[in-house]
Design a protein around this ligand. Structure first.
Ligand SMILES: [Zn+2]
Length: 320
């Protein structure tokens, strides 16, 4: 049976009909306003109505960038969209207005992680950690074939593990969280700083950004590094090391068979992943007495959120 996956971004939503093998058979999108949750509800319902003309389905999974309640009904808090204890599943269900369609909400990093686990880079393992390097550091944990959501829906927020006491301030209210060092924002911050402090070495980065240090973004660093720029390579290597060190600590907690790394920056390939692997091995507890598991790039690309949300909704609706 097909299911629908909805991926809510900052200014648009992408919606797809997904088959049981994880393939998207139809797709549509809508523009939304992040400060207007009602516009998002309506956009989802409109897209679902459009896709229901030619497709049959009984489950809709909505991937949201926020803390999702463990019953998969409400978004308790979202940093970039105006959701505060918001009954997203209920709102969408009301607008769709069909008793035969189940609606569940899923954290976006969980949805992407599930897509990799079910159909992508982690399809052959039962225990995995996925880290999505975006603006922040998203994470998903699958243990013994099951998505870990925790007692209240707050599990797998690995980006907020403290790695540097008294370090950079974080949006969660603490300091020194892992995502302040292993994220696209961290990469951009360090690149801009380097461009101001070491202008000559940063010539390539500045050129790509149109001459202004404040305009340097993650893709500029990747492009510079892939082209052989020394500073770009160093910045990606530093990011990779933060990923690998944190992954080693996660191994102590989870003992996964595989780490999957997603997000735009993995386009840099081994320029990012090789330093991550090295730092992982150097910091692994009981090193030498346990397997060194792979740290590998995600395979599902931009569609991971849609595919994972749809598949999780299908599973949830089957169990109800
Ligand atoms: Zn934090």
């Amino acid at each position: 049976m097909h299911a629908i996956g909805v991926d809510i971004g900052g200014t648009k939503i992408a919606v797809g009909v997904v088959d049981e093998g994880g393939a998207i058979v139809a797709k549509t999108k809508r523009k939304t306003k992040p400060q207007d949750p009602a516009s998002i509800d309506q956009a989802i319902a409109d897209a679902v109505a459009e896709l229901s003309v030619d497709h049959e389905f009984h489950a809709v999974g909505v991937a949201a960038a926020g803390f999702v309640s463990s019953d998969q009904e409400n978004v308790l808090f979202a940093p970039n969209i105006a959701w505060r204890d918001y009954p997203l599943a209920w709102k969408v269900r009301e607008l769709i207005g069909r008793d035969d369609i189940a609606v569940v909400v899923e954290n976006d990093a969980n949805a992407a992680g599930w897509a990799e686990f079910a159909f992508g880079a982690a399809a052959d393992v039962k225990h995995m950690v996925m880290l999505t390097i975006g603006t922040g550091l998203g994470a998903a944990l699958v243990i013994d074939g099951k998505m870990v959501r925790g007692g209240f829906g707050f599990a797998a927020e690995l980006g907020h593990l403290r790695v540097v006491p008294g370090g950079h301030p974080c949006g969660c209210g603490l300091r020194g969280c892992w995502e302040q060092y292993a994220s696209g924002s961290a990469l951009t911050r360090e690149a801009r700083r380097a461009a101001v402090e070491r202008e000559v070495r940063a010539a390539k980065l500045l050129e790509l950004a149109g001459g202004n240090a404040a305009d340097i973004a993650g893709p500029h660093v990747t492009e510079a590094a892939v082209g052989g720029d020394e500073l770009g390579i160093e910045l990606l290597s530093e990011l990779g090391r933060w990923i690998g060190e944190g992954a080693a600590s996660m191994a102590a907690a989870i003992d996964p068979e595989l780490f999957v790394i997603g997000g735009g920056v993995v386009e840099a390939g081994d320029l990012l992943l090789e330093p991550a692997r090295e730092a992982y091995v150097e910091n692994l507890p009981a090193r030498g007495h346990r397997p060194i598991v792979p740290i590998t790039a995600a395979r599902m690309g931009n569609d991971a959120g849609i595919v994972g949300a749809a598949d999780l909704a299908r599973i949830a609706s089957a169990g109800r």
